[in-house]
Design a protein around this ligand. Structure first.
Ligand SMILES: *[C@@H]1O[C@H](CO)[C@@H](O)[C@H](O)[C@H]1NC(C)=O
Ligand SMILES: *[C@@H]1O[C@H](CO)[C@@H](O)[C@H](O)[C@H]1NC(C)=O
Ligand SMILES: *[C@@H]1O[C@H](CO)[C@@H](O)[C@H](O)[C@H]1NC(C)=O
Ligand SMILES: *[C@@H]1O[C@H](CO)[C@@H](O)[C@H](O)[C@H]1NC(C)=O
Ligand SMILES: *[C@@H]1O[C@H](CO)[C@@H](O)[C@H](O)[C@H]1NC(C)=O
Length: 250
């Protein structure tokens, strides 16, 4: 959990970002001090300023020029409103049945850090975070970046039935996802510390009943770094470090 000083630092950063940008942005995010007392205090950026533009294609030639190419499909678009932008940092897990087998994905686990204000303030700074963060340890509290601290927004994991879950504890929102789109990451994406390559860019929508998502209903995973499965060299579990941007819509 973040200390009061890291929260104050992130507030100070948010103030700086507010001053540094011409367009108004939402209030700074506040991480809840404990999960149990989480309240809806995280940034709610939908109502202020021009929303940043999601990178729409996983097949652009460069992450610094995130434009779609006519010869390759984009992820499906959404008419929903942007609620949160998060940096995810964690692991993609795989199992290998034997040497030479194809690995199978068994899920992922990641911390989500609130980058909503940063996305509104400076999108290129945001896009630089996943390739840097994947080479650093998973933060236990706020994520320290070259542009300041990002507070904890929540957790991403797969539930017992294999449903990708995004529990935005600091915002009291939750999304149980079902995949709607999947494109390869750009070739120049960070391959991560394992050198295996960047996991696909995805879109997921809220999974139907009996799952009940609250407050967010759609998410993109883009600007991925690392996380691809290694070749199987033996039977067992493979844990691969990754980072990504998650864009949540309501
Ligand atoms: C999501 O996080 C909140 C706060 O920690 C917790 O109370 C809730 O049980 C979690 N939801 C799920 C489905 O795990
Ligand atoms: C926060 O976002 C939600 C979902 O988009 C919206 O319904 C709500 O009105 C927003 N709250 C504020 C204070 O803007
Ligand atoms: C691994 O997957 C590829 C592509 O789906 C397939 O061609 C190949 O036969 C598989 N190899 C094994 C050992 O299952
Ligand atoms: C994935 O690996 C992490 C260790 O990084 C572990 O904590 C988690 O339980 C694993 N999850 C699954 C679904 O295998
Ligand atoms: C965004 O930040 C970069 C440095 O990371 C800076 O060069 C650029 O001018 C900033 N852009 C805006 C719009 O503030």
């Amino acid at each position: 959990m973040p200390s009061m000083s890291t929260i104050l630092k992130s507030l100070a950063l948010a103030s700086l970002l507010n001053l540094a940008t011409a367009s108004p942005i939402g209030p700074p995010a506040l991480a809840s001090l404990t999960c149990k007392t989480a309240t809806a205090t995280a940034a709610n950026a939908t109502s202020t300023g021009a929303a940043p533009t999601i990178p729409t294609s996983g097949t652009s030639t460069s992450q610094t020029h995130l434009t779609s190419r006519p010869d390759t499909p984009d992820l499906p678009s959404t008419a929903l409103k942007l609620s949160y932008v998060a940096v995810g940092r964690g692991t993609q897990n795989y199992t290998c049945a034997a040497a030479g087998a194809n690995s199978s994905a068994t899920g992922a686990i990641a911390m989500l850090f609130d980058a909503t204000s940063l996305a509104y303030a400076n999108i290129s700074t945001l896009h630089a975070i996943p390739p840097a963060a994947v080479n650093q340890a998973v933060p236990t509290g706020s994520m320290t970046t070259s542009s300041g601290a990002l507070s904890v927004l929540g957790h991403h994991y797969f539930d017992a039935s294999g449903t990708p879950t995004f529990n935005l504890t600091a915002a009291s929102k939750i999304l149980f996802g079902a995949k709607t789109g999947d494109v390869k990451a750009p070739a120049d994406s960070s391959k991560g510390p394992a050198g295996t390559g960047a996991v696909d860019w995805l879109s997921l929508t809220a999974k139907p009943a009996p799952y009940v998502s609250e407050g967010v209903s759609f998410v993109y995973r883009v600007v991925t770094a690392g996380g691809m499965a290694p070749a199987c060299t033996a039977a067992g579990t493979e844990i691969v470090q990754y980072a990504a941007e998650y864009w949540f819509y309501a």
